[in-house]
Write a protein that binds this ligand. Structure first.
Ligand SMILES: *Cc1c(COP(=O)(O)O)cnc(C)c1O
Length: 376
């Protein structure tokens, strides 16, 4: 097995770039099969990677029947981009599809970053918002979230004055769950200078509370700054295994530049067909996200009644502050067949992030957590 992360002492060949040896590891989580091995249990519960516990729309499977695997996929992703364009009301030439939105994060870094550049993000942050800029040789500056784990808007505004090449923010935040309110978004966009690209990663947009506008709605008509909104089919649409995400850009030039760094057939045919079918079945997605939003609040209340601090969430997961180091607690849960993600970033190692599963899975998690943290 070839692992993803290089150790510093492995980067000793003549051609590997030294930046690769300095990358923080990406914590890709534990798969169901590994969890089965470790726990010795057949019915493991995977709440570590923010996947959809309800799977995906039944129309996805049906759409894949006619697929001809011997043909290359459409390098333009025309059907998918047109479907997204119709849905969002943004011209298709401002949309770029990727092999997961993570590919688009990498593409942005490859397209725009020089070793003299710096990137601004927050902490705690989504791992790839730090790893990909570093892999491109750039420096990463992080503005910590406030004590309530909300965005430090003033801190971000101040740091934007130093002219980062890219600002990466996930909203709703992974791992925290909170979303930028309209006013915070406005303050940040006002501070974005012409040399900065504002990348708003909305992987969880579909889980935002009803009535609260998402970031794209506010940015869609802003041609006065450079912005990119990232979305994915991995979370609300339940297609994580197929790898398909997209970027909506403030202008055609940005889309062209990102596209130029990608391989020609970057999104495979299965992924493109599945994503179009998933997008058409909005009813399925709304039903799943409505249920998950409801169950998110039920679980948050349940955990708060145990005396735990649970950060308010607009996503399909909760960020939970434990009265102890989170890694051993996650280890105990894993022995019981439950996978969660203990956060590894400095300053946040008391937190676990748990994905909202079915109501039964959430209850089993709450019971086992109660035992593991010894709250009973
Ligand atoms: C899950 C996630 C992604 C990755 O999505 P893919 O489309 O599966 O690559 C990107 N950004 C954030 C913040 C995520 O949580």
């Amino acid at each position: 097995m070839v692992e993803k992360n290089l150790r510093a002492d492995e980067v000793n060949g003549p051609s590997a770039r030294p930046a690769l040896g300095r990358l923080p590891p990406y914590n890709a989580g534990i798969s169901a099969s590994v969890a089965r091995q470790i726990s010795g249990k057949e019915d493991v519960i995977c709440l570590g990677s923010n996947e959809n516990p309800y799977g995906s729309s039944p129309s996805v499977g049906a759409a894949l029947w006619g697929l001809i695997p011997s043909r290359y996929s459409d390098p333009m992703c025309a059907s998918l981009r047109n479907a997204i364009s119709d849905r969002l009301g943004v011209a298709a030439d401002r949309i770029v599809c990727g092999n997961g939105s993570e590919e688009l994060i990498a593409a942005l870094c490859r397209a725009y970053l020089e070793p003299t550049d710096h990137v601004l993000t927050v902490s705690p942050c989504f791992g790839l918002h730090e790893i990909e800029p570093m892999a491109a040789g750039a420096q990463v500056i992080k503005v910590p979230m406030t004590e309530n784990l909300d965005f430090d808007v003033q801190g971000l505004v101040a740091a934007l004055a130093n002219g980062p090449k890219i600002l990466f923010i996930s909203s709703p935040s992974n791992p925290v769950g909170q979303a930028l309110c309209e006013q915070a978004l406005l303050l940040i966009t006002d501070a974005v200078r012409p040399g900065t690209i504002f990348v708003l990663d909305e992987a969880y947009a579909e889980f935002i509370s009803i009535g609260a506008p998402d970031g794209l709605t506010n940015l869609k008509h802003r041609s006065d700054l450079h912005w990119v909104v990232l979305r994915t089919f991995s979370k609300a649409y339940g297609l994580a295994g197929l790898r398909v995400g997209y970027a909506i850009t403030s202008n055609y030039g940005l889309a062209r530049t990102i596209r130029a760094t990608l391989t020609p057939f970057n999104v495979n045919a299965v992924a493109q067909t599945a994503a179009v079918a998933a997008l058409r079945d909005t009813a399925w997605m709304i039903e799943a996200t409505t249920r998950l939003r409801h169950d998110r609040e039920v679980l948050a209340d349940r955990l708060r009644r145990l005396g735990l601090r649970v950060i308010p969430s607009q996503a399909n997961f909760l960020f939970i502050d434990l009265p102890m180091d989170a890694a051993p607690v996650a280890g105990v849960l894993l022995q019981k067949g439950i996978v969660v993600k203990p956060w590894m970033e400095t300053g946040y190692t008391n937190f676990i992030r748990v994905t909202i599963g079915t109501a039964e899975q959430n209850e089993r998690f709450a019971q086992e957590l109660e035992g593991a943290v010894n709250l009973r």
